[in-house]
Design a protein around this ligand. Structure first.
Ligand code: PEP
Ligand code: MG
Length: 328
């Protein structure tokens, strides 16, 4: 089977009814880039930048960050690199944060000063990263995206920091490149107001890991409630449908970069909801591709209408099973 999958590495990702699908990878370190080319990914849909900030006692400086981003951009050989600004605070809690790297001790860290909120609270740190990313964008195709945006105010605030970072670089006379700017949709309030957010960004990426956690009030890392963590919960399916449809209608790019994008159980569901760009752990890419090649999005879209009408989890599960077993 692995040998069969290997044959898919360099075939175009087109569905049975001729829809082109983009399959990108999520990366977390410089070393992960090699696999992009090895498995024929279209690009990087999510580079988590937390690694730059962890296991150290000081903040990474601009030049240090720039050099790492530049190295990755060059290794991409013309493919798109989507860098997510740093998303710290819950489980990834850096030492310079004054706590020796232990998990955030706030009562509800996942609802506390994390992600983009932490960046807004630390503007010098945030703009340092933004400048480093903008400089790296001079060397290749870079997209920039903000994590954990809860609504328009946070998005506008982030964009204003980006403007400041650009102005700082201009004043210094440093070279920097154009970036497409996007935000993650991983908080229900962002999903519900996505139409407004889309007016301000070039693309969005749905972070299902957090979107599931916040929609269902189920800690994504707590084994005691793992059985309640249901990616195909009717509420999630409706939210995903809304976000994907709204982006498609607005003519803006939308991807899913949570684990759901690399789980073949959900490939057809996502295709049927109108998703055309998946970003995932590279190890899942060929399995997902294999399903994409054997799927007909037109047929799936019709079937999904039935699934969307259903709010009974068992029925949703059996409809999903049907999607996966039969010829779609
Ligand atoms: C997500 O929440 O789905 C996501 C991709 O971000 P992370 O897993 O880094 O929180
Ligand atoms: Mg997330």
């Amino acid at each position: 089977r692995q040998r069969q999958l290997n044959k898919l590495k360099h075939t175009a990702t087109t569905t049975a009814d001729g829809e082109e699908i983009e399959l990108s990878a999520n990366i977390e370190t410089v070393d992960d880039v090699k696999a992009i080319h090895k498995f024929g990914a279209d690009g990087v849909g999510l580079m988590r930048s937390e690694f730059l900030y962890l296991n150290r006692d000081t903040l990474p400086e601009e030049d240090e960050q720039f050099e790492i981003y530049a190295e990755i951009v060059k290794k991409m050989k013309g493919k798109v690199l989507t860098i997510r600004t740093v998303d710290l605070g819950v489980d990834k809690n850096p030492r310079w944060f004054g706590n020796n790297g232990t998990p955030n001790a706030a009562l509800n860290p996942a609802l506390g000063l994390t992600g983009i909120r932490l960046c807004h609270a630390e503007p010098v740190m945030f703009r340092t990263q933004l400048r480093a990313i903008l400089r790296a964008a001079h060397l290749g195709r870079v997209k920039l995206m903000f994590p954990m945006i809860s609504g328009l105010d946070e998005l506008k605030q982030s964009l204003s920091h980006l403007d400041t970072a650009r102005r700082q670089l201009s004043e210094r006379g440093d070279e920097f490149g154009d970036v497409e700017v996007g935000c993650m949709i991983e908080i229900p309030s962002a999903a519900m107001t996505v139409a407004s957010l889309l007016k301000w960004v070039d693309f969005i990426s749905i972070g299902t890991n957090d979107l599931i956690q916040y929609t269902l009030a189920v800690d994504r890392n707590d084994d005691a409630v793992a059985h309640l963590y249901q990616p195909a919960h009717p509420a999630l399916v409706k939210l995903l449908a809304h976000v994907i449809r709204t982006a498609n209608r607005a003519g803006k790019a939308v991807s899913v970069c949570g684990e759901m994008a690399g789980d073949t159980v959900y490939t057809r569901l996502l295709l049927g909801l109108g998703l055309r760009h998946f970003s995932m752990n590279i190890n899942n890419l060929l399995d997902v591709k294999d399903i994409v090649l054997r799927s007909d999005t037109g047929k799936l879209e019709n079937e999904i209408v039935r699934l969307l009408r259903n709010e009974d989890t068992d029925k949703v599960d059996s409809l999903l099973k049907k999607l996966n077993e039969e010829n779609f």
